[in-house]
Design a protein around this ligand. Sequence first.
Ligand SMILES: Cc1cc2nc3c(=O)[nH]c(=O)nc-3n(C[C@H](O)[C@H](O)[C@H](O)COP(=O)(O)OP(=O)(O)OC[C@H]3O[C@@H](n4cnc5c(N)ncnc54)[C@H](O)[C@@H]3O)c2cc1C
Length: 478
Amino acid sequence: MTPLDELITRLSGVGEVITDPVRLRTYECDGLTYHRATPGVVTLPESAEQIAAIVRLCNEYGVPFVARGSGTGLSGGALPRTDGVLIVTSKMRRVLEIDLAARRAVVEPGVTNLAITEAVRDQGYYYAPDPSSQQICSIGGNVAENSGGAHCLKYGFTVNHVEACEIVTPDGDIVTLDRLDPGYDLLGAFIGSEGTLGVATKITVRLSRTPEAVMTVLAAFEDIERGGQAVSAIIAAGIVPAAIEMMDALAIEAAEAAVACAYPEGAGAVLIVELDGPEAEVAGQFEELRRICSGAFELRVAADPAERAAIWKGRKSAFAAVGRISPAYIVQDGVVPRTSLPEVLAGIDRLSAEFGIKVANVFHAGDGNLHPLVLFDDAEPGAGERAEAVSGRILDLCIESGGSITGEHGVGVDKSRYMPKMFSDDDLDTMQLVRCAFDPSNLSNPGKVFPTPRLCGEVPGVRKGVHPLVESGKAEQF
Ligand SMILES: Cc1cc2nc3c(=O)[nH]c(=O)nc-3n(C[C@H](O)[C@H](O)[C@H](O)COP(=O)(O)OP(=O)(O)OC[C@H]3O[C@@H](n4cnc5c(N)ncnc54)[C@H](O)[C@@H]3O)c2cc1C
């Protein structure tokens, strides 16, 4: 019997357990479907205590575990282990407490992002971070990925809206990390750690007041350069819109084919700008925006919530929509300084021509977060490899321009190989020290984020000798 087989015999009283090979296949990948692995066993716990019991068993048998929310991740973070336990939070969907006076809600990790807003909308509140997957992604997944969304330019990412997290640590203790805790910001370290520092079991989120006025504007430009210039000019004018999103001609074509969003015909780029806040402020900002966007050949202002939803429909469906114009595609997620947008987009065009691979561009333009959609035909020999090459070269462009290999989708398994391009050996070793402090046995989502996973206590391969932080007595190696 393997350690996993033995562990499975002990899995009682921890919620539903799935071992049927056919049902296990439901969980073999997340949104990054070209990485697949059938989990050794799937558990569907209903409480923190059950998760703690599962994690303690994993420790007893030395078996790795992976947390999974809704499986919409795009970097393979929830890719299971064939020799491990997948802990799925989809049965933990209760909104436990709403305290409007304190502007807080306490929820279980499987609650969907949108469900939080739905629970408080009638009272004039909402939960601000809004990934395009918000109808189905879980708040636990959002915490693990530090997820963003169209409105994060003005309001900040998940990390800015989480006040506390109850977690099961990788050795099976239940502890609460609170923003108000003195000392190191452990809550900050946990958010964005992609499941490598434990499992979130209860999350306290901040609620925001619904703004008095919202104005959604669609500006159509002849080409992407003019759209890009408008973005820079808006920010330079001191306007911080709730959102500035851009789509190029190919992305518009896909959205049109999928959801008939009726964007202006012949547009080389569309910009969606949303202004929100007090009525008078929005009206003033709109006048400025109209002046800045004078190069647009059409400016459309949503007259009511239905028109607003129609403008957003094309953008929110953009990832899935490219399925209408291409049999397969890679969703890339890189960041560039806003001022480098024109050069990087020109670089993407050059790569596209060099490799004979089309790239549709959709991006959170305000914060320079690109989502190039690299299109290919998986039936064509070599096309997948070329698309992968283009996708990797786009990340090189992002790094060269002073940006990052991920803006919001995380590193997961997909981008761990790019980490050394962005971080030095010392950086990576220091991150490993943090991971080892939480997870000395390397059981919590191992093999993700880091390019060369090492056991805690192992001397890093590339480094000869002890890490300087350990040597100076500032850090301890387990
Ligand atoms: C169409 C589409 C649009 C998207 N748009 C956006 C967007 O606009 N912005 C954005 O940021 N992302 C976006 N995403 C990516 C994805 O939706 C987010 O990363 C989301 O936060 C993942 O949530 P999930 O519940 O699906 O997590 P999963 O995919 O199940 O897991 C993601 C990671 O979180 C870990 N995890 C899950 N639950 C827990 C937990 N309770 N405790 C600890 N770790 C946990 C997993 O181990 C894994 O590493 C999009 C995805 C799709 C498919």
